[in-house]
Design a protein. Structure first.
Length: 81
């Protein structure tokens, strides 16, 4: 697993957008277990767009707690994923 490095820029910006200069603080993992680090907004977009994607790691625990509270981390029936 890639260790958190907040000096690394976001790698989750879509190809049609300019490179995101924000710090990569959230790791998103897909079903193939590929892990890519990105900023919180782009990680949220990736979680919504990629089927089976999940938060694999975060740079700090306060960010993790805030991320877990977001609606895309909960199933429709209200249970945590």
């Amino acid at each position: 697993m890639i260790e958190p490095d907040t000096s690394r820029p976001c790698a989750l910006s879509p190809e049609h957008e300019p490179t995101c200069p924000a710090a990569a603080v959230v790791a998103v993992e897909d079903r193939r277990q590929d892990v890519v680090w990105g900023c919180k907004p782009h990680a949220a977009s990736a979680l919504n767009a990629i089927e089976g994607a999940r938060i694999a790691q975060v740079a700090n625990w306060s960010a993790a707690r805030r991320s877990r509270a977001l609606p895309w981390n909960h199933r429709v029936d209200g249970l945590a994923r």
